[in-house]
Design a protein around this ligand. Structure first.
Ligand code: SAH
Ligand code: SF4
Length: 347
């Protein structure tokens, strides 16, 4: 029989699995706090769980951690880990500390089926969705590392690693349930951001119920340019994406939606592009933020980034039109841990 990892099960699911295997609800209630937030690595250490139960649990369930194949630290202390799961598939996850925050960037899929032209992950063949336990395992990996180093805990989580989170929405939601649960990690919904390339089906409506922050990868001010960069735009057009983002903002009770805009030299960086973008976002008023992203290059990429001056100029046009705009700092470039650089073809 297959042994199932329970790292990524919300309590109600764990309870169900336990009862199905002949354990009691009380057993589930006793075991759960050991998994989250105590981060127990074995059933053996769960001292208030009856011994017979502790001995029988490993026949059905595991608390197994992925293998960390590579851990790299950048000159700006951003770290990147390549984690290997049971079937040999790997993903990358990134730790980004700064003065006030410890942010981790989490992957949701092995590879990505969306295939954005500027993204290194998009060039890798899509393999599969991660399970909720595999997503949670990345978060636990950094939590345990901070604990071991006696360092400050993780404060922010961004789903901006490999893959499109909304194409793996049920597993994403299971992880959000765990993180937001007051009895486990009690994360504030404002400290969690989900970034999407603009999958605006039912999943984004469901996501709004969690009230986490939403980031939308826009990257172009019109459909012609966006479709050339992001094939997903042939399915969900800019107007669909913006409507869904506005609905998200209203339904989720968040303060704003972030629009990510990757500046690519000669492609989407002209004054006219900035004017057009500001018009698109006008209806959001103060509830849109634009994060201008500097391009992180990778081997074989066909694009060029823009200079700091160009980015400042583009940002000024948006600011002058009342659009809150920042230029996002890029971290961990030297270890290829920055946005769009993650790849894990090891298999
Ligand atoms: N799949 C989701 C989340 C992961 S990508 C999404 O696309 O939103 C995280 C962010 O990195 C996205 O905004 C993405 O467009 C951006 N990105 C991709 N490739 C990049 C690159 N080469 N340089 C800078 N940012 C990039
Ligand atoms: Fe996938 Fe996001 Fe990369 Fe596009 S940018 S290929 S959606 S990971």
């Amino acid at each position: 029989m297959r042994i199932k990892s329970i790292l990524g099960l919300p309590f109600d699911v764990l309870k169900y699995e336990f009862v199905e295997k002949g354990f009691s609800v009380l057993d589930a209630k006793r075991v759960y706090p050991w998994i989250h937030p105590k981060l127990a690595q074995t059933f053996e250490e769960m001292s208030d769980v009856p011994k017979q139960v502790r001995e029988r649990l490993p026949d059905f369930f595991s608390l197994g951690r992925p293998i960390c194949k590579i851990l790299q630290e950048s000159s700006d202390v951003t770290s990147k880990a390549l984690l290997e799961f049971e079937d040999g598939n790997c993903v990358e996850t990134v730790f980004i500390p700064d003065e006030k925050r410890n942010t981790i960037c989490v992957s949701s899929q092995v590879g990505c089926p969306i295939g954005c032209r500027f993204c290194n992950t998009g060039t890798q063949q899509f393999c599969r969705n991660l399970t909720s336990s595999e997503i949670m395992a990345q978060i636990i990996f950094w939590m345990e590392r901070q604990k071991k180093l006696n360092a400050a805990p993780i404060t922010n989580i961004v789903f901006m690693g490999m893959g499109e989170p909304l194409l793996n929405s049920q597993n994403l939601f299971a992880v959000l349930k765990i993180l937001l649960n007051v009895k486990t990690y009690n994360f504030s919904r404002n400290k969690i951001t989900v970034s999407t390339s603009g999958i605006v089906d039912n999943s984004i409506i469901e996501l709004a119920k969690f009230g986490v922050k939403l980031a939308v990868s826009l990257h172009a001010p019109n459909d012609k340019k966006r479709s050339a960069l992001m094939p997903i735009n042939n399915k969900y057009k800019i107007s669909d994406v913006l409507d869904a983002a506005l609905n998200y903002y209203k339904a989720s009770n968040t303060s704003h939606v972030t629009f990510e805009y990757l500046l690519l030299d000669g492609i989407n960086d002209s004054d006219d592009d900035a004017f057009e973008l500001s018009k698109l976002l006008r209806k959001f008023g103060a509830h849109a933020r634009v994060n201008l992203i500097m391009f992180n290059s990778w081997n074989g990429s066909k694009f060029m980034g823009v200079s700091n001056e160009k980015a400042n100029h583009f940002s000024k046009i948006l600011l002058a039109r009342g659009i809150r705009t920042i230029i996002r700092k890029s971290r961990g470039r030297d270890i290829f841990a920055a946005c769009g650089q993650l790849k894990s073809e090891e298999k």
